[in-house]
Structures are given as C-alpha cells and as structure tokens.
Design a protein around this ligand. Structure first.
Ligand code: DGP
Length: 113
C-alpha cells in the first residue's frame, strides 16, 4: 500500500483525526494554509477527480456533508470557508487520493494563487 492517505486511513501513519465514519476520514493538514485546514478523504482510493464515477455520487455528496459539519463545529460556517479539490499537477495536486481541503478562519482571496 504505497498511497500515503491510504496508510493514514489504515492508521499505519499518525494523523490528527477530526471525524471518521465508514466512508470518510477527516484529519488536520500537516502544512496548514489557514487557521482551519482539514482534509476530508474518502476511504475508497480514488486517484483524481477524473476517476470519480457515477457510483461515487453519494460518496462525493457525503464528503460535502462532512465538510459542512466540521465547518460548523470549528465555528467558521457563518464567517465563510473554502472547499478545494485539486486535480493533477498544474492544480497543485501532490497526493493522488482525492481529498477536499476545508480552509477557513481567515479572509480568502480570489483569484487563488
Ligand atoms: P494536494 O496538494 O491538493 O494534493 O494536497 C495534499 C495535502 O496533503 C497538502 O496540503 C499536505 C497534506 N499532506 C501531505 N502529506 C501529509 C501527511 O502525511 N499528513 C497530513 N496530515 N497531511 C499531509
């Protein structure tokens, strides 16, 4: 198992967990870009957005529900937050197991860098 996020999900690598159920694991990003920077990761290994299929529709929706829940729990829902999912190299994707970045706790700028 060479995927770093699969190893984190399997608890072979340590992480600071925020939420877990049978379909997703959410943990704090190791290199936070904002006061809140949590990664919502499906337990199913899906390398990129391009590999998402119709059978994943419910899973992807669930990831957004989990992000909402964490945003509320961390007190950033009303202020606002950003959800980001990178795809392939030019976007900045470095881990090829899809993950939703939940970013908040400071003003976000647009366009992103
Ligand atoms: P992306 O660039 O979109 O593929 O985001 C990958 C994120 O994963 C990046 O913000 C840093 C984070 N990350 C990489 N390795 C680890 C790790 O071992 N532990 C944790 N907690 N986060 C990691």
């Amino acid at each position: 198992m060479s995927c770093i996020f699969c190893r984190i999900i399997e608890k072979r690598l340590s992480s600071r967990g925020v939420y877990e159920d049978d379909r997703v694991y959410a943990f704090e990003d190791i290199n936070p870009q904002a006061p809140v920077h949590t990664l919502i990761v499906p337990k199913k290994h899906i390398p990129t957005i391009l590999d998402v299929s119709e059978e994943d529709n419910e899973l992807i929706g669930h990831m957004f529900q989990v992000a909402n829940r964490i945003a509320i729990e961390k007190g950033i829902a009303d202020r606002g937050f950003r959800l980001v999912m990178n795809c392939n190299h030019e976007s900045g994707q470095t881990v090829f197991h899809i993950h939703l970045h939940l970013l908040g706790g400071r003003p976000m700028h647009w366009p992103p860098g």
